[in-house]
Design a protein around this ligand. Structure first.
Ligand code: GLN
Length: 445
């Protein structure tokens, strides 16, 4: 049924880069047989799942929506993929993204843009726009995305679905093509909060293959799915309702605050004073790490190679032809910020700001169980609208970036509409308190 649905809507939505139809059907048949024999089924048995195309799936291309990786076939599965398969999930395809996850609209894909299923003239958000659009269009019930500065939550908000960025280290990054290693985290995009909790349960947990993976048990997330918020304290940071946030979006946040109070929560305003420095700090830290991570695409080890007489010319030509304009911009910003003479003034300063941002959250969490903010300053914008000016594009992540700098978990849930377009709100919790996010988001549903 899902494959039928994909055939029906994919020509318009274009959420996928690769489909694994044959393998998916084979796997479904195998599961059917196992079920007939009375074998025990995993928690996601038979559930179709789509993967953002920066996650390694053995036997299929992993392109990161970049020409430089167009013919790269990883010889192994990412840890999240292995866990999904072991839980019985069926991988149906790889979804579109901004090249190397750099962007907020999926228009930076080297192959084609993806449309927002609610309005085909608008973007689905990004960089996990293919995953969010696929879930919103009913092509799959579950997709995985990656979130470095909002790339799960922002597209989830634009597409009217649920998106979770787990605590840094909660989910293994092994087999996720690195963008900014200290910020990247994989998470689920789903239609409802319960599905989100079920999927996190499967993909979370320690992995010796990722040195930043957090050891210890994963709690039972389903036990936090209760429709009651008694005793819960929710803070609304004033900085997230100020300049640049559309009044209609602010109104949705205020409606949500009233609903939370009706459900028994205590809701109060609070402050995160360094919020305005999150965007500049992020756009130093993320490109700095990206410039280092992307050095491996040299025309020798992976994917594309443009031949030349001299090896160094081949390397230069491969990178020139293989990377798109936004990726090149990030590499230049990053190498500049890391270069001798500028390192202290830019990169080191950004790291200090990062610490201040983290402290703001620590202080807020001394008084609140979680924080409520808009996920995005506006609903989905039109295709092409922000392409000419990278800064206005960067600004669409203004509400989500700080969470990655601080390593915190955050969820975006659909909370209202402006006209025909969905609006999401974001809840942010202390490290490893995903259960609080599920509780508050579930009660709101
Ligand atoms: N839009 C932000 C960027 O371009 C965030 C991307 C992401 O989270 N992968 O860097």
């Amino acid at each position: 049924a899902f494959l039928e649905r994909i055939k029906q809507v994919e020509p318009k939505v274009k959420a996928f880069l690769t489909l694994c139809e044959e393998e998916a059907l084979n796997q479904a048949e195998q599961l059917d047989r196992a079920l007939a024999y009375g074998e025990e089924m995993g928690p996601l048995a038979g559930v179709p799942v789509a993967l953002k195309d920066n996650l390694c799936l053995s036997g299929f291309p992993t392109t990161c929506a970049s020409k430089i990786l167009a013919n790269f076939y990883p010889p192994y599965d990412a840890t999240v993929v292995r866990r999904l398969k072991e839980a019985g999930a069926i991988i149906v395809g790889k979804t579109n993204l901004d090249e190397f996850a750099m962007g907020s609209s999926t228009e930076n894909s080297a192959f084609h843009p993806t449309a927002n299923p609610w309005d085909l003239s608008r973007v689905p958000g990004g960089s996990s726009g293919g995953s969010a659009a696929a879930v919103a269009a009913g092509e799959v019930p579950v997709a995985l995305g990656s979130d470095t500065g909002g790339s799960i939550r922002q597209p989830a908000a634009f597409c009217g679905v649920v998106g979770l960025k787990p605590t840094y280290g909660r989910v293994s990054r092994y087999g996720l093509v690195a963008f900014a290693s200290s910020l990247d985290q994989i998470g689920p995009i789903t239609r409802c909060v319960e599905d989100c909790a079920l999927v996190l349960q499967v993909i979370a947990g320690h992995d010796p293959r990722d040195a930043t993976s957090i050891p210890g048990e994963v709690p039972d997330y389903r036990s936090s799915l209760i429709s009651d918020l008694k005793g819960m304290k929710v803070g609304i940071p004033r900085e997230y309702l100020g300049e640049g946030i559309a009044p209609e979006v602010r109104a949705v946040v205020e409606e949500v605050a009233a609903k939370l109070a009706d459900l028994g929560a205590q809701v109060d305003y609070t402050s995160l004073p360094h919020t305005k420095y999150a965007l500049p700090a992020y756009y130093l830290v993320a490109p700095a790490e990206a410039s280092s991570n992307l050095a491996r695409y040299d025309g020798v080890r992976y994917g594309l190679r443009v031949p030349a007489k001299e090896a160094k010319d081949s390397m230069a030509l491969t990178r020139k032809e293989g990377f798109g304009p936004e990726v090149k911009r990030r590499i230049m910003l990053g190498t500049y910020a890391l270069s001798a003479g500028y390192y202290e003034a830019y990169y080191l300063k950004a790291l200090k700001v990062r610490t201040l941002i983290k402290r703001d959250f620590d202080e807020a969490f001394a008084h609140f169980d979680c924080l409520l903010t808009p996920t995005t300053p506006t609903p989905a914008f039109r295709m092409g609208e922000k392409l000419a000016d990278p800064l206005t594009m960067y600004f669409s992540d203004i509400c989500t970036l700080a969470v990655n700098l601080a390593g915190l978990p955050a969820i975006s849930v659909p909370a209202g509409k402006v006209g025909h377009l969905p609006v999401g709100v974001q809840f942010i919790a202390p490290p490893l308190k995903e259960d609080k996010l599920f509780r508050v988001a579930y009660a709101l549903e």
